[in-house]
Write a protein that binds this ligand. Structure first.
Ligand code: ZN
Length: 220
């Protein structure tokens, strides 16, 4: 898997430089493990139970914490373009950046929006984003705030794609600055963030006109 590992190393280098600049924080201490499919059960994780194959994750079960990446990405990841794998790597890397400070409990849509928007921002800088967005299926039948309770893999992917689209639209409209404002606003919260507060934090981070813009977005 040497070629694959070289690619991962390059993606992590690009992502780390871009995310550190966007968030104005240093990079997290992190090890990346590219795991062959046959070795998946032996990958470090919390608890005994093996994780579903093909899904990348972060774990604090080893020192330094590890970003565990599968040799074969789960077929649940859609659409498949040249941006699919980079977006997955940058999404997990963005979680690792955000977890350097304590992050309060938030609604699922806000917790996942920031890594998706950060991954979108890195892909946008590298010119990979537009072609990928164009291949996302039109309408999942819910909004990012409307998905309630645990979702199956298909719904989960539609949810992440809606967040990616919302993040990309926000980048076009407001630029990259809202990513830093939103991350720092979350780090500054010391209590669990409810639905209303979550919407307020996002709208304020976007800047003037943010609330009105959000209310017009079909994904929201
Ligand atoms: Zn995530």
């Amino acid at each position: 898997m040497e070629e694959r590992a070289t690619e991962v190393r390059d993606l992590l280098a690009t992502g780390t430089a871009a995310l550190a600049e966007m968030l104005t924080v240093g990079p997290p201490e992190l090890e990346a493990l590219l795991v062959a499919d046959d070795d998946w059960l032996e990958a470090p994780r919390e608890g005994e139970r093996p994780y579903p194959p093909g899904l990348p994750y972060l774990t604090g079960a080893v020192r330094p914490p590890a970003l565990v990446l599968p040799e074969t990405l789960s077929s649940a990841f859609r659409p498949r373009t040249s941006a699919t794998w980079p977006l997955v790597v940058w999404h997990e890397l963005a979680h690792a950046f955000l977890l350097q400070r304590s992050v309060p409990r938030t609604p699922a849509w806000l917790r996942e929006l920031l890594p998706q928007a950060l991954a979108a921002a890195v892909a946008r800088r590298t010119g990979l984003l537009d072609g990928h967005l164009a291949r996302i299926d039109a309408k999942p039948g819910f909004t990012v705030r409307g998905l309630k309770g645990p979702a199956g893999p298909g719904e989960q992917m539609s949810f992440q794609n809606l967040l990616l689209r919302l993040g990309a639209a926000a980048l076009e409209e407001f630029g990259e600055g809202f990513l830093r404002r939103l991350a720092h606003a979350l780090w500054d919260e010391d209590e669990a963030v409810g639905e209303e507060r979550a919407e307020e934090l996002l709208a304020d981070s976007l800047g003037p006109g943010g609330r009105e813009w959000l209310e017009r977005r079909p994904e929201f």
